[in-house]
Each structure stands twice: as structure tokens, then as C-alpha cells.
Design a protein around this ligand. Structure first.
Ligand code: SF4
Length: 369
């Protein structure tokens, strides 16, 4: 072996569960590897994603942002708005996914090149959270990074870890143990007089959710309008060590990611009405800028405003519920072979299956893993 060889180990966090669990797994099982963890903040992330990444830093150590590393002095010139203008006001889409390339892959590539140049690395190993229960994927990570020096490793696949194992890792890490909503929720499972464990009634849970919704509304100047049903899913997600957004959305990534299902857009509106309005404003901007017609986040002819009427909303919710119920019946028949799901199935865990899409809905692992 060449003595001058110097290897840089990197692990990209998307804010999603698989990369987070992989980071924890690597820290716990391969402590001798000096891994550089990174998260590329597009500036359009959900607050829950940022919160989760901050909590992860408490577990795995420093997490760098390649965007900050390479655009230190002119970051604002390279943000989403800048790239939207550069792309002639075409919103990104599955067919033209310039957002991932320009806002994640290019900064990553520049950062790697900078490190190689300045710190003398000759090889890069990138650890990716593809699991043993997933189909093989090629060409999912890099843009033009030279494969002569970049190697992709998939420790979960090599070590035989599947989706259930990922959930176990997150549960054990319990990143949200000190979250106020989780603390109150867990108190319901303990008899406050005797200290013995107990199962709360549905009424007790509902009562707590009502007070947590009230609290959220106060904290948020009454701007959000989350239902107790949705908040319960968010709190249960955090209780199982996952970021809260897994209670309402199936993957990490930008607030306005076009890979969202309609039901997820509706929930975004419920929880973050301002982010939903921002997404609508982008549609208006590109409409005005493109006299020859435009694509919206949901594709041609479907602006987000078309989801908002009470009738359409009810229709989308019923359709989603029906498809989810149908999938649950199918899972019941096939379990445990399919998806290895042994416990309560929630829709966000199986969103891609509900809509017959491959996991990630076609999104790059850089965004959703
Ligand atoms: S999360 Fe979605 S919108 Fe954001 S960079 Fe990835 S594909 Fe693009």
C-alpha cells in the first residue's frame, strides 16, 4: 500500500432516520474510524430537521455543513432563489432536480475537493444508510465526483441491518427524551402516586394533546392549526426516537419538496402554514415570470391552491385513508415477510408503499435517507 495514502471518511446526514441511525451505529460500532459527519442545510429545511440534526451532534459529535465550508463569504448568492433564477424560473421537479445537484451535491463535491487539496486526502470513503432489506441502487450519491478516489460503503447492508434495526437504534438513542412534549406524554405511562407503569386511557391521551396543542399555538402566536390527532402522531414519533416530522411526513428534505404526497402537503399547511404559503408564493413568482406556462410543485396544472378547498381536502384525506387501510390488510396477510413490520403500522412508515412507489419516491438518498 502507498504510504502517502490518506483516507477521508464521510457520512452525510439528510435529517432522515436511516442516515441518523447509521451515524449512531458507526459511532458505537466503529469508534476507531475518524468519520466526518456532514449535513447540507439548503436553507429550506423543516425546523424539525434542524432540531434533529442538532440533537444528533450531541450523540456523534461535530457535524459540518459543506455549504458553509465552501460558500463562506457568499452563501446568500447561492441559495434556492439564486438557483431558481439561474434555472429560468423553472421550479425543480423529478425530471429536473437541480435543487439536489446545486444545493447538495455541488457543495459536497467542492467541500471534498477542498479537503483533498488542503489536507492531503487521497481517498474518500462515503458511508450511506442503504439497508439490507432495500434493493441495490447505483449512482445515487455523486454528481461528478471522480470514482477513482471515492468509494461508497453501506455498513447496514454489509452487516445485515434492516428497517426494524434502524428503528431499534433510534429508540435506544432516545434523542427526544428531554423534549417537553415527550416528557409529558411519558408521564401518562406512569402512575404518579405509586410510580408503577400503567397504560393511559384514550381520554387521558386526548386531554394531554389538547393542552399540548394549546401550548403550541401560544408558542406560535396562533399561526399553526395542528389537530390533536396529528400532534399525537408527532409526539409518538419523538417518543420512539424519530424526529417529529415522521408523525406526518414520510421523509426529510426541503419543506416544499416536490416528492411529497398531497396528504403531506395538506399536513404541511396544518403544521407550518407559513411554509405552505411560501411554497405557494414560489408558484406565483414562476407563474408571473413564465408567460409560456409553468410547472407547479405538483406538476403541470396543479397549483397548491387547488388542494385547499374543504371538499378537495376531504377527498384527499379519504383517498389516503382508503389506500392506507388497503395496504394494512395486505401487510397483515403477508407479514412478517414484507417490510419486517412487527408493531403498529403508521402511514408515514409506509407512504411509498401506499402510493406504489419505490422507497424515497425516486428522491436521491442525499435528501431522504
Ligand atoms: S429535498 Fe426535495 S426539494 Fe430539497 S433538494 Fe431534495 S429533492 Fe430537492
Amino acid at each position: 500500500m502507498d504510504n502517502k495514502e490518506k483516507t477521508l471518511h464521510v457520512l452525510g446526514l439528510s435529517g432522515g432516520k436511516d442516515s441518523a441511525a447509521l451515524a449512531m451505529y458507526m459511532r458505537d460500532n466503529y469508534p476507531d474510524l475518524d468519520i466526518q459527519y456532514y449535513f447540507t442545510d439548503t436553507g429550506k429545511e423543516l425546523p424539525e430537521v434542524i432540531d434533529f440534526v442538532n440533537k444528533l451532534a450531541g450523540y456523534v459529535g461535530k457535524i459540518v455543513d459543506p455549504y458553509e465550508e465552501v460558500y463562506t463569504s457568499n452563501r446568500e448568492k447561492k441559495d434556492f432563489d439564486y438557483h431558481l433564477r439561474k434555472h429560468k424560473n423553472y421550479l425543480p421537479s423529478p425530471q429536473a432536480r437541480w435543487c439536489t445537484i446545486q444545493m447538495k451535491l455541488v457543495p459536497f463535491e467542492k467541500w471534498i475537493n477542498l479537503k483533498m487539496e488542503k489536507e492531503g486526502y487521497t481517498k474518500v470513503i462515503s458511508y450511506v444508510g442503504i439497508r439490507a432489506d432495500e434493493p441495490s441502487r447505483e449512482g445515487f450519491l455523486t454528481n461528478t465526483i471522480n470514482s477513482e478516489y471515492l468509494t461508497i460503503k453501506m455498513p447496514f447492508r454489509e452487516d445485515g441491518l434492516n428497517r426494524e434495526d434502524v428503528f431499534d437504534i433510534l429508540k435506544k438513542a432516545d434523542c427526544f427524551a428531554d423534549d417537553e412534549e415527550v416528557v409529558s406524554y411519558r408521564q401518562l405511562f406512569v402512575n404518579q402516586k405509586t410510580g408503577e407503569p400503567k397504560d393511559p386511557t384514550d381520554d387521558e391521551i386526548e386531554e394531554l394533546m389538547v393542552s399540548l396543542v394549546k401550548q403550541r399555538n401560544e408558542d406560535n402566536n396562533n399561526r399553526s392549526n395542528v389537530s390533536t390527532e396529528l400532534l399525537r402522531k408527532i409526539v409518538e414519533a419523538k417518543d420512539s426516537g424519530k424526529p417529529g416530522y415522521y408523525g406526518w411526513r414520510s421523509r426529510s428534505g426541503c419543506t416544499f419538496c416536490f416528492y411529497q404526497q398531497k396528504i403531506e402537503w395538506l399536513r404541511l399547511k396544518e403544521i407550518y402554514p407559513e411554509a405552505f404559503e411560501e411554497a405557494k408564493n414560489y408558484e406565483k413568482t414562476v407563474e408571473e415570470a413564465r408567460a409560456d406556462g409553468t410547472f407547479y410543485w405538483l406538476g403541470k396544472g396543479t397549483p397548491l391552491s387547488s388542494l385547499e378547498s374543504p371538499e378537495r381536502k376531504a377527498q384527499i384525506e379519504q383517498h389516503h385513508l382508503k389506500k392506507f387501510e388497503r395496504l394494512k390488510k395486505k401487510l397483515d396477510r403477508r407479514r412478517p415477510n414484507l417490510l419486517q413490520i412487527k408493531v403498529k403500522v403508521i402511514d408515514t412508515d409506509v407512504m411509498d408503499d401506499i402510493y406504489d412507489e419505490v422507497e424515497g419516491g425516486g428522491a436521491c438518498v442525499t435528501c431522504y435517507k
